[in-house]
Design a binder for this molecule. Structure first.
Ligand code: HEC
Length: 135
């Protein structure tokens, strides 16, 4: 009887421990995914955006706006997919970019240059493109 109780306690403790370990590894899986998006997004940024917006997101004089305005970036995050995909005035369209590419470049620019907005998924890109009426 006494022994059984001990086993049960051990079982409960073991269960808690397993749960904690799983919870912790879930969190780091999410972080890992964001890191992958960020790294791929940086490559895309270098290829497709840096010429105009600069390696530090500093922009170029009056020609190309900087990407360092964290308040602007935060309040306009959901417009970014349409802007990137369809362009605006002097900013060229990038119709060839898939939702995953857009998500990655958005994760990069919204977590660089002083911005810190976390993860953004291809599903959110799809939904934001639909909402902006420019899918
Ligand atoms: C040929 C130069 C050029 C390239 C390449 C370019 N942009 Fe732009 N970008 C601009 C210009 C010009 C504007 C201002 C558009 C306007 O509002 O008239 C702009 C605006 C923006 C803005 C809004 C900033 C603000 O404060 O208004 C963001 C964000 C942005 N670009 C991100 C990107 C990303 C990400 C890429 C790469 C996928 C990219 N741009 C590629 C020229 C460029």
């Amino acid at each position: 009887m006494h022994l059984r109780l001990k086993f049960r306690t051990a079982g409960v403790l073991g269960g808690c421990l397993t749960f904690c370990l799983i919870a912790a590894s879930c969190q780091s899986t999410e972080q890992l995914q964001q890191d992958i998006y960020y790294t791929n997004g940086r490559d895309l940024y270098i290829k497709k955006c840096q010429n105009c917006h600069g390696s530090k997101g500093e922009g170029l004089a009056d020609l190309y706006p900087p990407l360092t305005d964290t308040i602007w970036m935060k309040s306009n995050k959901h417009q970014l997919p349409a802007l990137i995909k369809h362009g605006k005035n002097e900013m060229p369209a990038a119709e060839d970019m898939a939702n995953i590419d857009i998500a990655q470049v958005v994760v990069f620019i919204t977590n660089s240059f002083g911005n810190k907005q976390g993860m953004y998924t291809p599903e959110q890109v799809a939904s934001d493109l639909t909402k902006s009426g420019s899918d």
